[in-house]
Design a protein around this ligand. Structure first.
Ligand code: SAM
Length: 279
């Protein structure tokens, strides 16, 4: 079935894979549509929406993000209507940002919470979804002239894709997804990257961030997938630590441009790795 180009990421996400898409697709098995496609670190979903698989399991530990996927699927028109109410003004932005500090935030209507995340993502500095150690969103106002807060064609196209295909939307630790998979699954893993330097170490996706032990835990989960005959492709930074961790696997170095970095000086070309357990 022809792919719908409008089916694309509805949030800007650190680590989005649009740039690496050609290299990632080249490294994927040719018969990818024969598998259940599994993406345990889905983020903005660049690879998922590029492939548009009929059978998929997507997951992210960030419950606010996964709430948006579910609302886009189930309540697209209410979401569009609520997004139209937002204002691109500094005071209004900080009032909306402040909402997750409240005790009852979890009880807030799911459509309003999804609308809040998309609004903050489109109007915050550099589109950087970042949380502090309390798990609260803390990026500053972006002062953009004309942010694209309500992208109706994309939201409706993604909603129709999620409703007309078998896509399970999960919100848990990646290992809960991996441990139940069999050979009919193909896994694309795009975890928070291991830092190659202080300034490039963005792990502020989730409360507490990621460290070396988290990277080792993931490598051990990949070893387990390999023992069970489940194919995986993983992307990460080309740090010597990561290359050493995955020395038993096929590794290719690819180049990417870093566009999201709090320090403008540090944006530019970096090496990344694509690691797989198949030829
Ligand atoms: C590099 S981003 C993925 C970017 C994605 N490929 C894209 O195109 O936007 C990594 C994602 O992993 C999620 N994450 C962090 N820790 C996790 C965990 N333990 N289990 C599942 N997801 C996790 C983060 O919330 C973040 O969205």
């Amino acid at each position: 079935m022809a792919k719908n180009k409008l089916v694309s990421p509805f949030v800007k996400w650190v680590g989005g894979k649009r740039q690496l898409m050609d290299s990632i697709m080249e490294a994927m098995p040719k018969n990818i549509s024969n598998y259940t496609y599994v993406e345990p670190f889905v983020g903005g979903g660049a690879v998922l929406f590029h492939i548009q698989p009929g059978n998929a399991i997507i997951n992210d530990f960030n419950s606010e993000l996964i709430n948006v996927y579910r609302v886009v699927k189930e309540n697209p028109e209410e979401l569009v209507a609520d997004l139209k109410k937002h204002k691109n003004e500094s005071d209004y932005f900080y009032a909306i940002r402040q909402l997750d500090r409240g005790e009852d935030f979890e009880k807030t209507d799911k459509v309003k919470r999804a609308s809040r995340l998309i609004y903050l993502n489109k109007t915050c500095y550099n589109g950087l979804y970042r949380v502090n150690n309390a798990g609260e969103f803390n990026s500053p106002f972006g002062r953009y002239k004309n942010p694209n807060i309500v992208n109706e064609p994309v939201l409706r196209a993604v909603s129709s894709y999620l409703n007309s295909n078998n896509v399970q939307i999960c919100n848990t630790d990646y290992d809960d997804i991996l441990k139940n998979l069999d050979k009919n699954s193909f896994v694309y893993l795009d975890p928070p990257y291991h830092p190659v330097s202080e300034s490039s170490s963005f792990t502020g996706y989730v409360q507490g961030g990621w460290n070396m032990f988290d990277q080792v835990r993931l490598r051990e989960a990949c070893d387990d997938l390999t023992i069970r005959g489940v194919k995986f492709l993983l992307s990460n930074s080309a740090s010597s630590f990561i290359i050493d961790q995955y020395r038993a696997y096929n590794t290719s170095i690819v180049k990417a441009i870093r566009s999201i970095n709090s320090d403008g000086e540090r944006r530019g070309e970096v090496n990344e790795v694509l690691i797989r357990n198949y030829e």
